[in-house]
Design a protein around this ligand. Sequence first.
Ligand SMILES: Nc1ncnc2c1ncn2[C@@H]1O[C@H](COP(=O)(O)OP(=O)(O)O)[C@@H](O)[C@H]1O
Ligand SMILES: [Mg+2]
Length: 136
Amino acid sequence: MIHLVTTLRETKKIAKEFAQKIKNIHSLIIFLEGDLGSGKTTFTRYVLNYLNIKDFKGSPSFALVNEYTINNLKLFHMDLYRINSKETLVDIGIYEYFKHCAIFFIEWPNLLEIKPDIVVKFSLANTYRSIEIDWC
Ligand SMILES: Nc1ncnc2c1ncn2[C@@H]1O[C@H](COP(=O)(O)OP(=O)(O)O)[C@@H](O)[C@H]1O
Ligand SMILES: [Mg+2]
């Protein structure tokens, strides 16, 4: 499903619908694909807000992983932009995280050897953005 968006408000609306669809699922791997600045972190922030996470920590571009808990649900937001090899992913112990039953939002997932449940693709054109959501 492709949505064209021109404002943050529209992104927010799509995030709300998305949050409603995933809110009762406790184990989910979501890949967020798209260039720098295409809206991955913004979308994640809105979805987390709708899932009742009030302390969004921003982009984990340096921490690599931000962790949240709501009730008993664990949620991880990863940004693997700075990782440049598959070996590094193993070395930093990224695969340990996937032993958790949790929801994973992953920016720059391309080196990761796991399969997503949902792929969200973001793109940025001159006059609009697009958000494509595919359930695998
Ligand atoms: N739908 C939108 N309309 C207008 N600006 C947006 C929209 N989505 C994101 N942005 C803006 O684009 C910039 C980069 O967004 P960000 O989510 O950090 O991108 P990414 O995580 O893909 O690098 C931010 O300033 C954000 O506010
Ligand atoms: Mg980002």
